[in-house]
Design a protein around this ligand. Structure first.
Ligand SMILES: [Zn+2]
Length: 148
């Protein structure tokens, strides 16, 4: 698996990273206004309060924007790969990668779901794969005929 640049956790992001180790995607949520935000911050971007907690994300979203990288910044990275902004169902945007499909076949608003790339340090990176049937995917084994 390609190793992307991964920032070290800090005081604010530590709980978020900790959850990734258990393959749980968290969204920082304000106790006062119920606003959700990502990445994690010290204050609510909606109301400025610091009463921030965490809620679990279902890990479902849509592609908000993406770019296919054909020239890697580091020689060990395999190209092409897809950097994307995914809008989670919870309303926040996540900078991530798209996997599981030919890079040139992605479209804005494609439905995606989270999957995880485990890191050596016990954390994991959320990346996204097609949530629905892909127009380019090999057909899966034919569903069994129901008796009629
Ligand atoms: Zn708030």
């Amino acid at each position: 698996m390609i190793a992307p640049e991964v920032p070290a956790p800090d005081e604010i992001t530590a709980p978020w990273w900790e959850a990734t180790g258990e393959h749980r995607l968290l969204v920082q949520t304000c106790a006062r206004c119920s606003g959700a935000q990502h990445p994690p911050r010290a204050l609510c971007v909606h109301c400025g309060h610091d009463a921030l907690g965490w809620s679990g994300s279902a890990g479902l979203g849509v592609v908000d924007s993406f770019t296919v990288v054909h020239r890697a910044p580091r020689p060990e990275l395999e190209v092409p790969y897809v950097i994307a902004r995914v809008r989670l169902a919870e309303g926040v945007l996540l900078l991530t990668r798209l996997e599981g499909r030919d890079p040139d076949t992605w479209r804005i608003d494609d439905r995606v779901r989270v999957t995880w790339v485990d890191l050596d340090d016990g954390r994991a990176l959320p990346v996204f794969i097609p949530a629905g049937p892909s127009p380019t995917a090999e057909p899966e084994t034919a569903p069994e005929q129901r008796g009629s």
